[in-house]
Design a protein. Structure first.
Length: 275
């Protein structure tokens, strides 16, 4: 993912390489920067694995696979026919899902520089018209780079899913709550709606190892990684207060597809439906 802060840039490359090295991505979505960053971070990751501590790679895989499983079930149930992935970075999800579901409309969005790079990578792969990249600033409430502008290009008669992966922890709490309110309003205008995201909950990480993991991640992105809620219940209430009619916040490790990754215990997955 990427946001308006230059400090977040490395994560788009690092995660892109993690997906690729674990067989989840296309080579065109893997970057030289990602290879370099992964190599630089291997010593502390190896040390963490040796002592049984959580690792960034394991947590990334858990959240990615869990989010995939939620979206896959929604598409299979014919509740969702369109997807907007906000702050997509070099995520391979759009490529994988449009390959698997040829009729799916998948819109990847990010800030201009990342959107341009992602668009170029997808052009090298070769994509259908239903899979496209649009510039979007997640923090803008209106204007040509807002979510409202992107939603206006979609069919309100079909179900829409909005996905944010790796975004919320880099935003202040007020921005997250504002974002959730706009997501709930946007999804409410469609025939069906689903919001899926990852989230960190303070109560999940009381151990020293978990705090060490949080500190390492903060160093990696050259900025503080924020935890906005104390419990999953508090997060669910905040989502309902933002306008969602139903909200569930579960550990990534609870999803069978992600169960093998122990670090998934430190990551929550948001599933919310509009009111």
């Amino acid at each position: 993912m990427s946001t308006g802060s230059d400090s977040i840039g490395p994560t788009a490359h690092y995660t892109g390489h993690v997906w690729a090295r674990n067989g989840l991505s296309h080579p065109a979505l893997d970057t030289h920067e990602g290879h370099l960053l992964y190599g630089l971070w291997q010593p502390p990751m190896i040390a963490a694995r040796l002592i049984g501590a959580p690792t960034i790679e394991s947590a990334l895989l858990a959240r990615h696979l869990a989010i995939d499983s939620v979206l896959e079930r929604a598409i299979a149930a014919k509740a969702i026919a369109q997807v907007v992935e906000v702050a997509c970075g070099m995520s391979p999800r759009g490529w994988r899902f449009t390959e698997r579901h040829p009729g799916l409309v998948y819109v990847e969005t990010d800030l201009p520089a990342m959107a341009e790079r992602k668009r170029a990578a997808l052009e090298r792969i070769g994509r259908p018209d239903t899979h496209r990249v649009i510039e979007l600033d997640a923090l803008k409430a209106e204007g040509p780079q807002s979510l409202a502008a992107v939603a206006a290009t979609l069919d309100t008669g079909a179900g829409l899913a909005i996905i944010t992966e790796g975004l919320l922890s880099y935003l202040p709490r007020d921005a997250v709550l504002d974002l959730w309110g706009r997501f709930a309003t946007t999804l409410g205008a469609f025939a069906g709606g689903l919001y899926v995201a990852d989230l960190h909950v303070d109560a999940d990480a009381p151990q020293l190892a978990a705090r060490t993991f949080e500190a390492m991640l903060s160093v990696f992105v050259r900025g503080r990684v924020a935890v906005h809620v104390k419990t999953a219940g508090e997060a669910e209430q905040a989502l309902r207060d933002a306008g969602f009619g139903e909200a569930h916040v579960r550990r990534a490790s609870e999803y069978p597809e992600a169960a093998e990754h122990r670090s998934g215990e430190l990551v929550r997955i948001v599933e919310a439906l509009p009111g």
